[in-house]
Every structure is written in C-alpha cells, then in structure tokens.
Design a protein around this ligand. Sequence first.
Ligand SMILES: Nc1ncnc2c1ncn2[C@@H]1O[C@H](COP(=O)(O)OP(=O)(O)OP(=O)(O)O)[C@@H](O)[C@H]1O
Ligand SMILES: [Mg+2]
Ligand SMILES: [Zn+2]
Length: 496
Amino acid sequence: MSYLVLARKWRPQSFSEVVGQEHIKRSLQNAIRYNRLPHALLFSGPKGVGKTTMARILAKALNCERGPSIEPCNKCISCKEIDLGNSIDVQEIDGASNRRISEVREIRENVKYRPSRGRYKVYIIDEVHMLTEEAFNALLKTLEEPPPHVIFVFATTEPHKVPPTIVSRCQRFPFHRISSSIICHRISEIASAEKIDIEEDAIRLIAHSSEGSLRDALSLLDQLVSFSTPPINVKDVQEILGLFDTHLVLETIDAILNGDLKKVLETIHKIYEEGSDLKQFYLNLITYFRHLLIAKLTERASLVDLPDYEWEILRNIAKNQSISHLEQLFDLLISEQGAIKATTQPRFILEALLIKMAEFKKVVPIEVIIERLSSLKKEAVRKGEIVDEKVAEEDREDIKEKIIPAIRRESPVLAAILENAKIFLKDEKIFIKVLQFHKELIMQKNYSDILNNCIQNCFGKDFVVLTNGPESYKEDDLVQEVLKIFGGKVSYIKGR
Ligand SMILES: Nc1ncnc2c1ncn2[C@@H]1O[C@H](COP(=O)(O)OP(=O)(O)OP(=O)(O)O)[C@@H](O)[C@H]1O
Ligand SMILES: [Mg+2]
Ligand SMILES: [Zn+2]
C-alpha cells in the first residue's frame, strides 16, 4: 500500500477548501465570473501556502465541462484529468528543472494550437525565477502577444528574481503566510479526520514552528505520526524539530530570578554535556525573556505565540518580579549577544553572564516595599510584639491593680517590670508599653506564658507588648526591615 503524505492527500480540490488567502480567492473567482482573466498571472509568496494548489484549481475551474465556473465540479473528465496530471491542455512545468530555452521554445510552438478538450491551454510554471535569461526572453515573446486561449500561471517564492519585463506583463497575486491560528485549525481538522491522537499544545507548536507554511506543518505532522507514540505531545514536536526543551529555558530563567547560582551553573553544564548548542540556548533565553516581559506587561497571550501552559508558567514567574528588574536583565542579555555570537567559548561567557544576572541587585518596586512593611506590621501585631505609636495611650491603673498581684505570685521579676510599664486598653487588646530590653525579657517564653495566663484569666483578652524610648530602635524589627530594604542608617526617629 502506498502511503500518500498528508500534504498531498489534503490538497484542496476547490477554492472553498483553501484556507486563508481570501484576497486571492476573491479576485480569481471574480475574474472567472466576469470573464476578465489576465493572460499571465504571477503567484508570489512563501513556500507551502497554496500557490500551486490554487493554480490547479483555477485551471480546473476554467476547463470544467460544467464551467467555466467559480468552482470546478471535480467530477467531469476534464477536472479528473487535471487532477491526475494527464491533461494535454493543462501543463505544469517546473522552472527549476526545465530552465533551458529549448523547453520554453517548445511552449512557444505549442501555444499556437487550440486546446484539445478544454477552453484554455493553461501553463503553470513553478519556480519561474529559476529560468535562464534566454528562457525568459523566449517567454517574453509569447507574453507580448498571447493567443486568447492561453493562460500562464507563474509561481515563485522569489518574485524579485523574476525580470521586471516579465513581471510587468503579469497580474500579481501576492500570497500571504497563513496565520498560526488558521494552521492550528486546519491541523486539528485533519488530525481528527485521520484519527491522529495529538495534544492541543503540540498542534500549537507545530503551527508556530512552520512559520506560515501549511505544507511544512503537514509534513511535520506526518513525521510525528511515524515517529512518536500517541498521543503526540509537545515534547515529541520539540524532539523532531531539534528544539530546546523549553522547560530547561524556563527553569533557567526561574533560577536566575531566584538568585540560584548553583542551579544556573548546573543547567549550563547539562546543556553542554548533552552536546547541545549553547548559542542556540542563549537565543532561546532571549526569546523567553522577551515573552516574560510581555507576560508582565500584558494580560493577553496574543502578543506571543506560545502554548497555554507556557504562558501560564511565564505569568507566574513574572508575578513576583518588577518590570524594571526584568528590563534590566533583558538589557544585559541583549548587550552580551555580540560577545556570545563571536566567541568560540560560549560556555564561559554564558556562565559569567548568567551569574551576573542571578546576582543582579533587585530594584524593589515601591509598591512591594509598602506591601511588605504593612504585612510585617500586621504580622508583628499578631505576635504581640510591636511598637505602635498611634495607639491611644490612656493609662489604666485598674488593669495594673488587677493583674500585678496575680503575676507577682508567679514571677516577681515580671511583676516589677509591669509596675513600671504603661498599660492601656485599645481595640479589645491590652497594650503593655515597656523598655526594649524589658520587652525582650517579657517575650521569653516562660514570662510571656505567665503574662498570657494572667491576662486571659482576669480579662479574657489578648495582649500586645510595645516598646517606648529611642534607645530601642536598633533592635526594632520594623526599623531593621526598612534598613535592609533601603540601606542607610537611622539618624532620627520621629515621635520617639
Ligand atoms: N492555503 C491552503 N489551504 C489549504 N491547504 C494548503 C494551503 N496552502 C498549502 N496547503 C497544503 O500544503 C500543500 C502544498 O501547497 P502548495 O503546493 O499549494 O504550496 P505552494 O505555495 O505551491 O508552495 P511552493 O512554493 O513550495 O511550491 C497542499 O497540498 C496543501 O495540503
Ligand atoms: Mg508550488
Ligand atoms: Zn469539472
């Protein structure tokens, strides 16, 4: 049994089956409908986007026994002959292998005769830019006075290599790359018709890497079918494409952002050992760093062509980073691009660069600082150990009188401290304001347990220990945290 590759098996037979290229379909169908078809058409555009396909459909539509119509019937003898490549009236010539003048002379001889079965003689010349100069000149003669029953369709991926004298005698039909969403859709359709078990993300990666060529996408799918065990997943596609495991790239980025030097070096080592190309890895790193920035800056995945799960990973990594930090790292990556490209020792430069990135001092955004400070405060209040100047300090001797005797029974030291403390009630909590070194004593577990028991027994309330006095700031957690974040030293604390 001969296996027909997917790209051929799924070659559209009529205009309606062609995906994308709407502008081409529309103008060809209008030309047929209004009988305004030019004698020479130049189909230009990237490979595998439907040029040859459309040329054949056009030839069928023109010569169809039920035509000429805007769609071939695909059933009549003429349509069938053209499909099988047996038609005398429709000739497909490969410009790459029939470059010489003799072949073109043959065409010139041939065009004189009327079509045998159909209405038109259609010459489809693929890769027309490959013809020799003499061949072009010979062709030009025919194009200057084309017999009414002759139509030339030239197809080329490199229109700039076709002489202007030829181009100016043709109507141009610029084919476009097919969008990756259209390719995705088409692959899904074909995969389900062919009962190919393939994951959504794998389809997206195929579409993405085929760069707008549906033929490339289908050839890749073919390869995958024979290469991997179903269901076909992203890893299979990466393997065939010789792509980097993007997971490794993402892990490296994560390690850099977490300042995990060990992991960064291990990754480089791993890639090196695998014999993979470090320069390629570097390019991937840049690409994904760009994606990361986009993930930080926008909500939409549409700016990058990534599988959903990768987008999610990037969004999660980006969440904890500031834009400015990411931008600085991205700049670093870009700035070393030349050095990496030029060197024969990419490993060393890469190591040095990634270490630099991992150690790059974070610029903490102000929102994060504020958020940190306020959560620190909340946390500290919960633990019962914070300075808070804003609490209204209405001294409550009654509270003292009630708890100090009880405490004295347990700990005279603690009682003595409390006698000198300021005690007040606020928000249903009992606040005890003492000197810093007293606070430290109180917060030792044995004392704080005693205090807690007594206060709970007498009042059924929680307590908070505050410090008073400027001598305490050096030990103050909040102040220490501020120093850690901003650097610098304390010279004056307001209200102390
Ligand atoms: N627009 C399209 N719609 C549907 N299928 C397409 C389209 N473009 C390409 N294909 C698929 O890719 C195959 C190859 O397409 P085609 O031969 O028309 O490409 P081409 O543009 O002529 O490329 P080349 O420049 O390499 O000759 C088709 O058989 C079909 O399976
Ligand atoms: Mg072609
Ligand atoms: Zn027909």
